[in-house]
Design a protein around this ligand. Structure first.
Ligand code: CTP
Length: 470
């Protein structure tokens, strides 16, 4: 058996080999064995996906709100399927404008593409009607995505080498939008070393591909990898780029949040309150909902609209809040962002207190239940992740560390609420996240952020922790 020395390989091949091996979790030697095995077994060549160069994101913002695709139809027998692709894209509320290469017009007519897209079709780089103001630049830019289907071996080669001698290649070269290729060609052309190099280069340049698939060719008796992906597959790939699905890392998880102040009645018209606006807790509820969680928000009296898709339970006092929190269990994560009043009046007056000659009434206070500590110390039904907040005006970290231990929670979000910070009632927050692992407490200090940003960051950390635990 011959020995292969990796140092003697061409640089590009060596890099690709290392990448492929790393991606597959194999040593380079093992990767070579697998590749050789595949070749000997007669498996078709598959260009491995290379780490793409960053390309501009699709910027979906046309005047009528539709995503816009410039569809370049290349000259191959699969061009007839591009007509169906126009319909599939339009079904998905995607506006389509077509460019046909000269070769494509041997297979489909501009009239057919125009009738299906309900748009003018472009064919000529030197068309005086559209090129008087550099129409190829507009075709490349006035869209959110360029799809090339079928992407023939010739078009792929032109792209890989930066040619711009017709409308399609000039548009592709001028593009600052994502490009999706649906290659289609004879299997021998697809497996040709030149095509392999070109496709590899384009993937390195950040060009995306869908297909080709294996199957029968138009040429009688030929089969292999080279069939263009089906129009529905291409349309789905385009939609995925244009409207990437939101990650929903908390899908299937139930999250409980407390927010706002509590009001502790003195008599039927007076109460003890604090300056909490509820904004931070509400922002966390919205972020958890966006992450896919089922969210229960138990809120004291606030002046905020209920976030949609969240079940909001309104309460007044700390005792109400505790009851509603207990009733909402079990949950996967509980976040206690409410500024719960520590004390309430021992004997709440049934009637309005009156001024009397006896002088100023003395209000006797009693301690409210500590909701966070009660839930964090539950023997049954304790949420796997219990997060408290620490509102401090001095010795922030020190007090927060003491609080995490005293309350028995897993994390504490500590924030300085002294009046100078404007946190209470304001829109921004500077927080420190304290996380407890056994006896160890780590502190992560975040820069000043809006309360929405704090919420998004906190929910991202929660999602990671939940994933690790499960
Ligand atoms: N908390 C609670 N129930 C209470 C008091 C506080 O659930 N009766 C929760 C808050 O929602 C917060 C955490 O406990 O998550 C800490 O609240 P904070 O007001 O900072 O601390 P206190 O426990 O009130 O202690 P202190 O006022 O002494 O700082």
């Amino acid at each position: 058996m011959a020995n292969l020395t990796i140092r003697k390989l061409d640089d590009a091949v060596r890099d690709e080999l290392r990448l492929r091996a790393a991606r597959n979790g194999r040593s380079v030697e093992d990767e070579v064995r697998v590749i050789l095995g595949e070749v000997v077994a007669g498996q078709p060549f598959e260009v491995p996906p290379a780490a793409p160069a960053p390309r501009p994101q699709a910027a979906v913002a046309s005047a009528n709100g539709l995503a816009r695709v410039t569809l370049i139809i290349g000259g191959g027998i699969a061009a007839y399927k591009a007509l169906d692709l126009i319909r599939r894209l339009k079904e998905r509320q995607i506006h389509v404008r077509c460019v046909l290469t000269k070769a494509a017009q041997q297979f489909v007519t501009p009239l057919a593409a125009s009738a299906l897209s309900h748009e003018r079709v472009y064919t000529d780089l030197f068309d005086p009607e559209s090129e008087f103001d550099a129409g190829h630049i507009r075709l490349a830019r006035e869209c959110d995505l360029i799809v090339v289907a079928p992407a023939t071996a010739d078009l792929i080669a032109k792209m890989a080498h930066g040619h711009a001698d017709d409308l399609a290649s000039a548009t592709l070269l001028a593009a600052n939008r994502p490009i999706l290729l649906a290659p289609a060609m004879n299997p021998l052309m697809w497996n040709n070393a030149a095509t392999r190099r070109n496709v590899l280069q384009l993937r390195r340049d950040g060009i995306l591909t869908v297909g080709p698939n294996a199957g029968e060719m138009a040429e009688a008796g030929e089969a292999g990898v080279g069939r263009m992906a089906e129009p529905t597959e291409i349309a789905a790939a385009a939609e995925h780029i244009l409207r990437p699905p939101h990650p929903r890392p908390l899908q299937g998880k139930r999250v409980l949040i407390t927010a706002g102040p509590t009001h502790e009645a003195i008599d039927p018209v007076r109460y003890i309150a604090n300056r909490s606006s509820g904004k931070q807790g509400f922002a966390i509820a919205a972020a958890a909902r966006d992450a896919g969680a089922e969210v229960v928000l138990v809120s004291g009296p606030v002046d905020l609209a209920d976030p949609s898709g969240v079940s909001v339970i309104s309460v007044e006092s700390a005792r109400d809040m505790l009851h509603r929190v207990e009733a909402a269990l079990p949950v996967d994560v509980a976040i206690f962002a409410a500024a719960v009043a520590d004390w309430r009046v021992a004997n709440e007056g049934e009637q309005k207190l009156k001024k009397t000659a006896a002088g100023v009434p003395a209000l006797q206070l009693v301690e409210n239940p500590d909701i966070l500590a009660t839930i964090a110390k539950l023997e049954n039904n304790r949420p796997p992740l219990v997060i408290g907040f620490a509102a401090e005006t001095e010795h922030l970290i020190e007090n927060a560390k003491a609080k995490i231990a005293r309350k028995g929670c897993d994390w504490i979000v500590a924030n300085d609420v002294s009046p100078a910070t404007g946190v209470m009632g304001g829109d921004r927050n500077t927080v420190h996240l304290l996380t407890r692992e056994g006896e160890d407490i780590s502190v992560d200090s975040w820069p000043v952020m809006t309360k929405e940003q704090v919420a998004t960051e906190l929910v991202a950390r929660i999602a990671k922790a939940v994933e690790t635990k499960s």
